[in-house]
Design a protein around this ligand. Structure first.
Ligand SMILES: [Zn+2]
Length: 139
């Protein structure tokens, strides 16, 4: 992390380490000895990690099931399926490690439909929003 004089930093850069499940920073090793807790440098590292995670590209497909009683079956062990209920309908979010076209069966009440699902690149945060059940337009 770059030091920020306006934040009271004295050095041009600080090294933040993650050791034994805990963040430490050079600025904690100064004249006051090793202080515990977070500093702004550690905070900035944590936020940039969260940001990188959210900005990551994932491969996902969104399947909406309108019927009350439904189940999505995918014959592919690599796919991760999440089910979200939203406004009375069910949304399945299917994620794969890379862009993929997979066969699936969607059971709707007593009817079973065969589907071909293509996952496409999306930002991780878009998928996270869907999984949290936020109002998104599904096409
Ligand atoms: Zn620090």
């Amino acid at each position: 992390m770059k030091g920020e004089p306006s934040m009271g930093d004295r050095l041009p850069q600080y090294i933040v380490r993650f050791l034994n499940g805990r963040y430490t920073c050079d600025c904690q090793m100064g004249a006051w000895g090793a202080s515990r807790g977070l500093c702004t440098h550690i905070g900035a590292v944590i936020i940039s990690r969260i940001y990188e995670e959210l900005a990551k590209t994932v491969y996902a497909a969104i399947i909406k099931a309108e019927c009350l009683d439904n189940e999505l079956i995918i014959l592919n062990n690599d796919a991760v399926i999440n089910r979200v209920t939203q406004d009375g309908s069910t949304i399945y979010v299917v994620r794969t490690g890379q862009e993929a076209t997979i066969r699936a069966f969607l059971a709707c009440n007593d009817e079973i439909r065969e589907l071909v699902i293509s996952t496409r690149p999306m930002k991780n945060w878009e998928v996270m929003e869907l999984l949290r059940g936020k109002g998104h337009t599904i096409s």
